[in-house]
Design a protein around this ligand. Structure first.
Ligand code: OGA
Ligand code: NI
Length: 333
């Protein structure tokens, strides 16, 4: 028997007006009960075209230390490039089910089309199907698990990468100089040219009970950092001062999440952000995070330049693959 996809469950649920029990989160997680509606500051928005680049660095450092997340505008990726990249991704999810299953994720593999099979500790499931594949560096790409349809899929992804890679490099530099380091330090510590970029496309179908379900449960990303573009259906929430706050949708912005590896490298100066996503009653939400990850065998720990007797290492030093293994299997680091 094939895996049950959320897209299929959604089409039945939307007719019934209810969702299966295993998608109903416990009360302390339900968005209807836990979303904060009081006055909150908005996620920082940083204009990369600001002529005062020192100020940009300062804003990025502040946002990364206090929020662990920010939105960037005027980031250099043309709007039509993002639109086309999103169009081809959405097209894939709208193909007949048997077409999508041709690139289904196999057990133990990171890449492919999938649905979370294991229930979480509390026995709950999330309202999302996804597609994972690497997009950088080019020599590791496995086009067998990329969608064959639409035919423009590959070109649209190549084009997005052409602009994304320089943006990633630029963000590495701001984050590095913001720690008082040479601009190339963080990139080198993350694998230099062997750093990997893994794309995930999240497809959250309409859900008759968005107050009870979650698209992605609360987590921090394992990456160094993650660059995400959503569609125009809001849903990302961020934990700020113990409150779940909505990230505002800003057309043409890219959302930058600080992940666990930057928290470790910066010895805690940059915070890996807790976030989750909600779903929508009538509309399909989609998002396209790109996880920037060190190569599996690279050893990551607090940068020696940032550690001293007064400021001892707050994290263990270990290979990225060992970090990943512990995180995925919920073993303490
Ligand atoms: C993720 C994630 C958030 C979103 O897939 O890691 O955090 O907005 N997604 O879809
Ligand atoms: Ni995430």
């Amino acid at each position: 028997m094939g895996v049950e996809r959320v897209q299929t469950i959604a089409s039945l649920s939307n007719n019934l007006g209810t969702i299966p029990q295993e998608f109903i989160r416990s009360e302390h997680e339900q968005p209807g009960k836990t979303t904060f509606h009081g006055p909150v500051p908005e996620l920082p928005v940083i204009d990369l075209a600001n002529p005062d680049q020192y100020q940009v660095t300062r804003e990025i450092v502040e946002a990364s230390s206090e929020w662990g997340i920010f939105q960037v505008v005027n980031h250099g990726i043309p709007e039509e490039v993002v639109k086309e990249f999103q169009r081809v991704g959405r097209h894939f999810f709208e193909l007949p089910q048997e077409e999508k299953e041709k690139i289904a994720k196999q057990p133990g593999m990171k890449e492919g089309y999938g649905t979370k099979l294991h229930r979480e500790p509390e026995g709950k499931k999330t309202w999302v199907d996804f597609l994972y594949h690497n997009i950088w560096p080019q020599h590791i790409l496995n086009y067998n698990i990329w969608p064959q349809s639409p035919p423009e899929y590959r070109k649209a992804n190549d084009e997005y990468c052409k602009y994304l890679v320089p943006l990633v490099d630029r963000l590495f530099e701001y984050l590095s100089t913001g720690l008082g380091l040479e601009k190339n330090v963080l990139k080198e510590a993350s694998g230099g040219d062997n750093m990997k970029m893994l794309l995930k496309i999240n497809y959250y179908p309409p859900c008759p009970r968005p107050d009870l379900a979650l698209g992605v449960a609360a987590h921090t990303d394992m990456s160094t950092f993650t660059l995400l573009v959503p569609n125009d259906v809001p849903g990302l929430q961020v934990l700020k001062d113990d409150h779940w706050v909505d990230a505002k949708y800003i057309p043409n912005a890219t959302i930058v999440h600080i992940g666990d590896q930057f928290e470790i490298l910066s010895n805690g100066k940059y915070k890996s952000v807790w976030h989750r996503s909600t779903v929508n009653k009538d509309q399909t939400r989609m998002s396209w995070p790109v996880f920037c990850e060190p190569p599996a065998d690279l050893v990551i720990g607090p940068l020696p330049q940032l550690v001293s007797d007064e400021n001892p290492a707050k994290f263990k030093t270990k290979k990225f693959k060992d970090y990943e293994y512990c995180k995925l299997n919920k073993i303490p680091q």
